[in-house]
Design a protein around this ligand. Structure first.
Ligand SMILES: [Zn+2]
Ligand SMILES: [Zn+2]
Length: 171
């Protein structure tokens, strides 16, 4: 039977803690579990909420931050800077992917592009072992686009209205 994802990431943490003679504090495992129960990107606050509500395991911000840094170095999570907010995501066993970021509302969507994945795979880097990549594509989402066209239309109507009033005054 294939080892579950959570068992696999716990083993990575086990190995690291054992090798470095660190104590296996339950906090670290609770945090790891919470991270792998979240689908997609999350902020430090969101992770904290999840820990407090679902796992009944409140931890201090400092512990959370330090643990996330440890998980970053173990490549168990990725950190992103999206439009001024820092977000994390579980990355064990996760394929490299592209992020589509709306510069107006900040919405982040994950997209897969086999062409880009191939291009990075074929990229030759000197004395460097590639582990993965993240790509950000900036633009405007469909919601914001339709919002913008609505505003434009209203502007147009408004102008038309003013012109009509001007005309009727000069008559
Ligand atoms: Zn948007
Ligand atoms: Zn992502």
């Amino acid at each position: 039977m294939k080892e579950s994802k959570i068992a696999a990431v716990e083993r990575i943490l086990d190995n690291y803690l054992e090798m470095n003679n660190h104590r296996k504090t339950p906090e670290r495992y609770a945090i790891l579990k919470a991270i792998y129960s979240i689908n997609g990107h999350f902020t430090l606050e969101e992770l904290n909420e999840r820990l407090a509500s679902e796992q009944k395991f409140p931890v201090s911000r400092a512990t959370l931050y330090n643990t996330l840094n440890l998980f970053l170095s173990l490549r168990l999570v990725n950190r992103h800077r999206f439009q001024g907010s820092t977000k994390y995501e579980a990355c064990y066993d996760k394929k490299s992917h592209c992020h589509q970021i709306c510069t107006i509302c900040g919405k982040v969507t994950e997209v897969r592009s086999p062409d880009i994945i191939m291009a990075v795979e074929n990229m030759h880097l000197k004395r460097f072992r590639k582990d993965g990549f993240a790509l950000y594509v900036y633009g405007i989402c469909s919601n914001c686009q339709s919002q913008m066209t609505k505003v434009k239309k209203l502007d147009k109507l408004d102008k038309q209205d003013k012109q009509d009033k001007q005309k009727s005054k000069t008559k």
